[in-house]
Design a protein around this ligand. Structure first.
Ligand code: SAM
Length: 201
């Protein structure tokens, strides 16, 4: 297994190194993407595929009276996210669960926003996963997708060759899947090779 397979599902020591690297390496694209997410100070947010938890920490800052939950199917990611957000967990403002986006362990209409940073590349059956996100969002809630690779660059092929099970979607493909799941007001933002999409329930 190549070290980069740990981006799809971090495992073992390589996975621990990868989640620490991603917390730093994804910082610029995540900060850029987060500016497109409007949140009330007491918002309830879910971060899907939370990896090392750095974006959960940013979300907690963005909604200082709110609650941020994270899910990831990798135990390595869950452990790191818990460590990074231990103070907020102790305050009762944060929780991290091991779960797949294909079957979210939440009741419907719970969250004001759901985020997905650098992770939809790996989701199985994207329309089904987007429907799961749709279900857990409150009416008028926002789904934000933020990717470092927008499918327009020659470099994209390099990544999909190195990392099995990775698909780099173009903006119009994601927009179509989102609308198929019931989302509307799909807004597309691009900078360099980055892509950020927001959609409303
Ligand atoms: C490239 S990492 C990105 C982590 C973090 N969001 C960030 O931006 O640094 C992708 C993460 O998504 C998780 N992931 C991939 N597919 C998933 C799925 N179907 N359900 C839950 N987590 C998933 C992986 O375990 C991994 O932690």
């Amino acid at each position: 297994m190549s070290f980069f397979e740990n981006t799809r599902k971090p495992v073992g020591l390589g996975g621990k190194i990868m989640v620490a690297m991603m917390n730093v390496g994804h910082s610029a694209v995540a900060r850029w993407g987060l500016q497109f997410l409007e949140l009330a100070p007491d918002a309830k947010v879910l971060d899907c595929g939370c990896g090392g938890g750095a974006n959960m920490k940013r979300l907690l800052k963005k909604c200082p009276q709110g609650i941020v939950k994270g899910i990831d199917y990798s135990p390595v990611s869950v452990e790191k996210s818990k460590k990074v957000n231990e103070a907020a967990i102790a305050e009762g403002r944060c929780a991290v669960l091991r779960a797949s986006v294909a079957e979210l362990p939440f009741k419907s209409e719970q969250f004001d926003a759901v985020t997905a940073f650098e992770t939809v590349y790996f989701w199985p059956d994207l329309p089904q996963c987007f429907r799961e996100v749709y279900l857990v969002l409150k009416p008028a809630g926002t789904f934000l997708i933020c990717n470092e690779s927008n499918g327009d660059s020659d470099k994209d092929e390099k990544w999909t060759e190195i990392i099995g099970g990775m698909t780099i979607y173009k903006d119009i493909e994601l927009k179509a899947y989102l609308e198929q799941a019931g989302f509307y007001e799909v807004q597309i933002h691009k900078k360099k090779s980055w892509l950020c999409i927001t959609a409303r329930k």
